[in-house]
Design a protein around this ligand. Structure first.
Ligand code: TGC
Ligand code: FAD
Length: 392
């Protein structure tokens, strides 16, 4: 078990581009991860449990809705600070970053952006502290990459809506107090509603036996004639661009987050390679080991700059969805490749829970799938380049 004495790679002195506030936020989350996540995370994953006590601590650290204005309980930070928080959390574990991504980008963001003032005041401050846990229901059993074909429906019954259908693969759903759920209305238009635990006909069965994101809750959301009060409709948006805008924020966070997982793998492998002796010398001295490190560090550095530039553009409200797709796709693949290569540097030790590579690697198999698969992001980039839609 290594990573408390962490030496974060920064080969091109990217630190000089961060403000003091960015570095302070990053340092605080890094310390918290060292203290509260790293000592327990392997056990949590081995036993397939999400460490629930971390939720309130994440709230205290300001990890929920960091870019939401302070008036609503957020920290009022910029998007680069949000990215750095995701990077540090994912260095701990993708499951912990997932918890924070969903709460921030997929629950607080839509309530802040599309909700009424009453909804903002009712939910956001409690989501910011972790008193409430949220989830985001877009994917359905038969509609994953193609959410526009969803069949979950809200029917207008005059003084309320009736919600029917099911969502699947939903992070946090088994423990969520509320869910932002996307469903089609009577005109076939995608709308967002806030569903609360305890509403009659609403259940959240847990998805078990995962080999990935084991320290994260995943489940379904099942709606059987659930009565939704009219005041729970997100009135500020109609159509697929509602959920897709939330995904822009979450995918942005992932583009940063996965760098943390890669940096962790690199740092652990580098330390190990200097201590592990074979053929009477440290394995760090073999050319083939050095090739791995040189290539890993080059890719981490490129990913860091891609994320940083994307952060600058997002702060200026100029980051396009296609740029976000490119960064998510590139950086997740980079992190997965880094986890695989760095595990090899550890030989057999790399498969144990004493080191983080195998856990990161298994987690990243989900990360390369959710928020748009690797291939879906390629097609988004292809469409942006050529103007030709290759989806269907
Ligand atoms: P298409 O016809 O291209 O677009 C329909 C409408 O949506 C708008 N739109 C966007 N708006 C904002 N940002 C984006 N990124 C947008 N992408 C599309 C578009 O402008 C259009 O608006 P309008 O007003 O003209 O109607 O849509 P399509 O039906 O062809 O589908 C393509 C699309 C974009 C859905 C597909 O490319 C895609 O991205 N599929 C992936 C689905 C996905 O990412 N699901 C994620 C579920 S949530 C999740 O995984 C959470 S994991 C959380 C965790 O644990 O961390
Ligand atoms: P499919 O869409 O069935 O895709 C299967 C394969 O076909 C993929 O390789 C895909 O790239 C490929 N494919 C599909 N369409 C095309 C095409 N047009 N051209 C070429 N190839 C194509 N969803 C939520 O709504 N909320 C959540 O909180 C959430 N959390 C998740 C947590 C975990 C752990 C996981 C694993 C998933 C989560 N998801 C969530 C769902 C996730 O977003 C979907 O799994 C993802 O969008 C892919 O959908 P699918 O699994 O149905 O795959």
């Amino acid at each position: 078990m290594a990573t408390i004495h962490y030496n974060a790679p920064d080969y091109f002195l990217l630190d000089e581009l961060f403000t003091d506030e960015h570095k302070m936020v990053r340092g605080a989350i890094r310390d918290w991860v060292n203290r509260s996540v790293i000592p327990i995370i392997d056990d949590a994953c081995q036993t397939h449990t999400f460490p629930k006590h971390l939720i309130r601590e994440l709230g205290e650290m300001g990890a929920f809705g960091p870019y939401i204005p302070q008036k609503y309980g957020g920290a009022g930070l910029d998007h680069i600070a949000y990215g750095l928080i995701m990077q540090e959390l994912e260095r701990g574990d993708s499951g912990i970053r997932s918890m924070a991504s969903v709460q921030s980008s997929l629950v607080m963001y839509p309530i802040y952006s599309f909700g009424t003032e009453e909804q903002r005041m009712k939910y956001l401050p409690k989501l910011a502290t972790g008193e409430l846990v949220g989830c985001f229901g877009l994917t359905e059993p038969n509609h994953g990459s193609d959410p526009g074909s969803m069949v979950t429906r809200i029917t207008d019954k005059g003084d309320h809506f009736l919600l029917n259908g099911a969502k699947m693969w939903i992070t946090n759903s088994p423990i969520a107090d509320i869910g932002v759920v996307w469903a089609k209305d009577d005109n076939g238009i995608v709308r967002g509603v806030i569903v609360e635990r305890g509403m009659k006909g609403f259940t959240t069965p847990e998805t078990t036996k995962k080999w990935s994101l084991r320290a994260s809750y995943t489940g379904e959301m099942v709606f059987d004639d659930v009565i939704i009060p009219k005041e729970n409709l997100l009135t500020g948006v109609q159509g697929l661009k509602g959920p897709m805008s939330c995904l822009n924020s979450a995918r942005f966070g992932i583009a940063w987050g996965v760098i943390g997982a890669a940096m962790d793998c690199y740092d652990v492998a580098l330390n190990y390679s200097k201590e592990r002796i074979q053929f009477k010398r440290p394995i760090a001295g073999f050319q083939l080991t050095q090739k791995k490190f040189a290539e890993i560090l080059t890719e981490i550095t490129k990913a860091q700059f891609l994320a940083w530039r994307l952060g600058v553009l997002r702060n200026e409200n100029r980051a396009t969805p296609a740029q976000i797709s490119m960064a998510k796709r590139n950086n997740v693949k980079m992190a997965l490749d880094t986890a695989r290569e760095s595990r090899q540097i550890l030989g057999a030790m790399g498969i144990t829970g004493d080191f983080p590579m195998m856990r990161h690697m298994m987690n990243l198999e989900s990360v390369i799938t959710y928020e748009g698969t690797h291939d879906v992001h390629l097609l988004i980039t292809g469409l942006d380049i050529t103007g030709e839609n290759a989806f269907s």
